[in-house]
Unconditional design. Structure first.
Length: 121
């Protein structure tokens, strides 16, 4: 949700969108987490998720907790729209594939940052 230029993170919605982008159903995520599908549904409605649970969800989705916290679908869509704004080129693309591609780049960047931090310790 955006109000006066401030983006409010809704971690549950971010979990849901990431899960959907990866094609993971609630019952499969529930199985990985050892909880019910209904519990996953409730989790996806929470604005803030307890960090310990967020870490478990992130691990099950094979992303970092920060990726869930920082996921901004609107920013990704805006990036795609800005990238493909030139209407002189006529082509078809699947926006979900582009979101996944951009998200994978974000994850790779986060992994590289984490490795640099680890190496400095």
């Amino acid at each position: 949700m955006e109000a006066q230029g401030i983006y409010t993170v809704h971690e549950g919605k971010n979990v849901k969108r990431i899960r959907e982008i990866f094609g993971i159903k609630q019952d499969h995520l529930a199985l990985d987490l050892g909880i019910s599908q209904q519990a996953v549904s409730l989790l996806e409605q929470k604005e803030i998720i307890d960090y310990d649970l967020l870490e478990k969800v992130a691990k099950a989705l094979k992303v970092t907790p920060e990726a869930i916290k920082n996921f901004n679908e609107q920013a990704v869509v805006n990036n795609i729209n800005n990238t493909f704004h030139d209407h002189s080129v006529n082509f078809q693309f699947n926006p979900i594939e582009k979101i996944v591609e951009l998200y994978e780049r974000l994850l790779q960047s986060e992994k590289e940052k984490n490795e640099l931090i680890k190496n400095k310790m």
